[in-house]
Structure formats: structure tokens, C-alpha cells
Design a protein around this ligand. Structure first.
Ligand SMILES: *Cc1c(COP(=O)(O)O)cnc(C)c1O
Length: 459
């Protein structure tokens, strides 16, 4: 492309020419993406050339970049990883009824702050709070943007300018950016840490309580487990200590459910009504973890405590939007009406492994048809995880379709499955591709089959 001695940078196309040619060849790419893709591709080629490398295929690079920019984000993907609440994949998929409620609320005006009976201003969350109380036994409830916001508001509302006592074993980081000490700091609360990383006793709390103490905080460890020489003060014992000193107890549960999932062998400590019954003044948890609804932070508890938060000026800044309200309302309605199986997360958690094995066998048969003699297709038992900072160490028995013998290796096959028009996310282990059926939504077998066809056609 470049002659000897010529400045190779001069051979690079101009952004204008490149984006025009791109549009001519691929009219479906929107103008803005064609221009931006061309600009980025030229810049990348320029820096390659500056580093003494060849410029590469600038036109192809520009098209790839333009297509990537024009793709809707977030875009739909199929979760075949077996991680039910996959943080990178948006945690909980909504129930169809909740998705319909979002569409309704989004497409028109809504009575989000209107009392239809009087025509006057209405309260955004009145019914929602009522539903949450019905489901949990709480006196009152407030919903904010996410659980990080819920905890921030709880701390600021009950303890700003004073001290909150937390066990050193619970000063955790969740999801990379939620760090308990930093949230306390942002809430204007002084952290009084007690105990040690592995052991905290009731007397540690007792000794730390002073006139400046405003509350006791319990934080669910969510994404890791402690084993061995460990002890912690459970919620009931903490409530007892709080009662003796007239201090409220805030429970940051993180992943909470309003269904008793003990029948699925899920631990009871995720069950919000149990936390309230144990005496927590406020329980904070996420809408899009085990609850299976939209992103939201739910604060349930004593009426005066919840009301204090509702009046706090931060509440407005942390407010949940009308689309999430609509989705949450519809999700809670399913719970109240005994239609729990319609909530994808709940269905995935409760699905018996026999059903999943059956599904895996059906999927294996159709994938074997696609693979011919290019892959070995088998069904194997596997362990699925709840994920999303929920129930660490807890595993669900599952069934996977396992692909082995992929010519370019399992990781390359996984990359090709991700590049399908409807991308499929899988796990790789032992140089094999594992397609876990526990996290497949109804009918997604077809998408997996299409992605495998795509992956094998790339050769
Ligand atoms: C997940 C989690 C959070 C953060 O919740 P978001 O909904 O992601 O804001 C806070 N605390 C605990 C214990 C958690 O598990």
C-alpha cells in the first residue's frame, strides 16, 4: 500500500472519504455511526503506523466499529452460563407481565403522581408500599433507585453526623464499587468498626456503644463465605443489643426475597419477612436480585424509621423512575397472586433438575444435528450458581449440554457463539463448552441452535 520511503500516514484515507465509502457499501449503518467508526478506525491505524506497524484494513475496521456503535445497548443475549443473577448480564430478567407494564408506562402518560379520584397530586408509591407490607409484614416501605441508594439513605436518614457500629467481618466490597466504609462516609456517618475479620462477639458491640451511637448496621456478606474459626452476631442477637440501648438496627440484606424459598433449599436468611420478624428496624435489599424484579432498592421496616427516610432530602435524589415502579408493581402483583412461576428468577431457582436434564437432552439432540461430526455433543450434570452477590457457596444442581472437540478450541467456539446475531454466553472448562440449561428462558433453545450454526459457519 505504501511505497518505499513515503510517509505511510499519508496513505491513510481521510475520515470523510472512509465514512462516505462505508455508507455507500453499507447503507443500513446510520450516518453518525459511520462517521464515528471511520474516525476511530483512522485514529487506530495512525497510531499503528506511528508504532512502525502496517495500517491494516482500515475500511473493514471502520465498518466493524460503526456496526458496534449502531447496535442497541444493552442488547439482548442468551444466558447459558448457569449463573442466575449474572451481574454483567443485567441480573434479573423481568417477568413478561412486568415488561408489559413497563411498555404501558413508557408509551403514554401515567398517573404516577396523580390521584385519579380527586384529580389532585397523588403519592407515587402508596400502592407499592401497601403491596410490600402485605408481602412482608413490614409497617411501611420505601423504594429508591437501587440497594446502594437504599443503604445510603438509611444511614443518612437515621445516623448522619453520628456513629454507626459495624462488625469488621462485614466491611465488605460488593460488585466492585459498593464498599461499606465508603457508603458510610458518603452518608456523613462515622464508622465504628468492632470485632475482627473472622470473629465478632456481642460484647464487641456492647463495648462500642456510646452517646454518639445512632444505629447498628448488619451487612450481608453476599459474595463470599467465611469458614473455619469464625463467629458473628446474628440479627436477632443484634436486635436484642439494639433494644437494650434504644438503637435502631439496619439490615443490609442485599439479596432478599419475599418468597419462602426454603423448599428449594435456599437459606432462610434471604427471606425478608424473617428479617423483619427478627426485629430489624429497616431491611434494605435489591429489586433485581432474588426478588426477580427491576433495578430498585427496597427499604422495609418500622413506620417511623421509613417515614424519616421518605422526608430526607436525599430521597428525591435517589428516586426510582416510573418505568421501574411499573415493573416492580407488576412483579409484586405476581407474588401476591401466587403466580411466582411467571417470575423468571424464581422459576429458574425452583426448576427441578430432572426437568433440566430433559431439556438438556432435547437441546443436545438439536445441537448434534447442527454439529454433525464436527463436535461431540453430550449431556452432563453441572452446578449452577445463584450469582449477583447472592448466596455465595450455594449451588443448584443443573444439567448442561457439553460441546467438545471444537477445532479451534473451546474458548474460540465460545467467542463465536458470542458473536452470533443473538449472542449466547456459555462457560468453558476442560477445553469444552458448557451450555447450562438452568438459565435458559423458555424457547431460547432455538437461539442456541442458531448461534451454533453461526459459529460453525465461520470456518
Ligand atoms: C448487592 C448488594 C448491594 C448493592 O445493591 P445494588 O442493588 O447493586 O445497588 C448492597 N449491599 C449488599 C449486601 C448487596 O448484596
Amino acid at each position: 500500500m505504501t511505497g518505499d520511503g513515503a510517509d505511510p500516514r499519508r496513505s491513510l484515507p481521510s475520515v470523510d472519504r472512509l465514512s462516505r465509502e462505508l455508507k455507500d457499501r453499507t447503507p443500513a449503518v446510520p450516518d453518525w455511526a459511520a462517521r464515528a467508526g471511520a474516525r476511530d478506525a483512522v485514529a487506530a491505524a495512525r497510531s499503528r503506523v506511528a508504532g512502525g506497524e502496517p495500517p491494516g484494513d482500515v475500511a473493514a475496521d471502520a465498518l466493524a466499529r460503526a456496526r458496534e456503535l449502531a447496535r442497541p445497548r444493552p442488547g439482548r443475549v442468551v444466558n447459558a452460563t448457569g449463573v442466575v443473577l449474572h451481574t454483567n448480564l443485567g441480573r434479573a430478567p423481568l417477568a413478561p407481565a412486568a415488561a408489559r407494564a413497563v411498555t404501558e408506562a413508557a408509551l403514554g402518560y401515567s398517573d404516577v403522581e396523580l390521584d385519579l379520584a380527586t384529580g389532585g397530586r397523588g403519592k407515587r408509591q402508596e400502592t407499592l408500599a401497601r403491596m410490600l407490607c402485605e408481602l412482608s409484614g413490614a409497617e411501611d416501605a420505601l423504594v429508591v433507585n437501587n440497594n446502594a441508594a437504599a443503604v445510603l439513605l438509611a444511614l443518612a436518614g437515621l445516623a448522619r453526623g453520628r456513629e454507626v457500629v459495624v462488625s469488621r467481618g462485614e466491611l465488605v466490597e460488593i460488585g466492585g464499587s459498593f464498599r461499606v466504609p465508603e457508603i458510610l462516609e458518603q452518608a456523613g456517618v462515622q464508622l465504628r468498626e468492632v470485632g475482627t475479620t473472622n470473629r465478632t462477639h456481642p460484647r464487641d458491640y456492647e463495648n462500642a456503644i456510646a452517646d454518639s451511637t445512632a444505629a447498628l448496621l448488619k451487612v450481608h456478606r453476599s459474595n463470599f463465605e467465611q469458614r473455619g474459626f469464625v463467629t458473628e452476631v446474628d440479627l436477632a442477637a443484634l436486635v436484642e443489643i439494639g433494644a437494650r440501648h434504644a438503637l435502631p438496627v439496619i439490615d443490609d440484606l442485599g439479596s432478599g426475597t419475599l418468597l419462602d424459598l426454603r423448599s428449594a433449599c435456599l437459606p432462610e436468611d434471604a427471606y425478608v419477612p424473617s428479617r423483619l420478624a427478627a426485629g430489624a428496624d429497616l431491611v434494605c435489599f435489591s429489586g433485581d436480585k432474588l426478588l426477580g424484579g427491576p433495578q430498585a432498592g427496597l427499604i422495609l421496616g418500622r413506620a417511623d424509621a421509613v417515614d424519616a427516610l421518605r422526608r430526607n432530602p436525599l430521597a428525591r435524589a435517589l428516586r426510582v423512575d416510573k418505568l421501574d415502579l411499573a415493573a416492580l408493581h407488576a412483579t409484586l402483583a405476581l407474588l401476591l397472586e401466587g403466580r411466582r412461576q411467571e417470575i423468571p428468577v424464581v422459576r429458574m431457582l425452583l426448576e427441578p433438575v430432572e426437568k433440566l436434564s430433559e431439556r438438556a437432552r432435547g437441546l443436545a439432540a438439536s445441537l448434534a444435528g447442527v454439529a454433525g461430526d464436527r463436535l461431540v455433543v453430550e449431556v452432563e450434570p453441572v452446578s449452577a450458581a445463584v450469582g449477583g452477590g447472592s448466596l455465595p457457596g450455594f449451588e443448584l444442581p443443573s444439567a448442561a449440554v457439553v460441546l467438545s472437540g471444537a477445532a479451534p478450541g473451546a474458548d474460540a467456539l465460545a467467542a463465536r457463539l458470542r458473536s452470533a446475531p443473538l449472542p449466547v454466553l456459555v462457560r468453558t472448562r476442560e477445553d469444552r463448552v458448557w451450555i447450562d440449561t438452568r438459565t435458559l428462558l423458555e424457547g431460547e433453545e432455538e437461539a442456541v441452535q442458531a448461534a451454533l450454526e453461526h459459529a460453525l459457519s465461520v470456518d
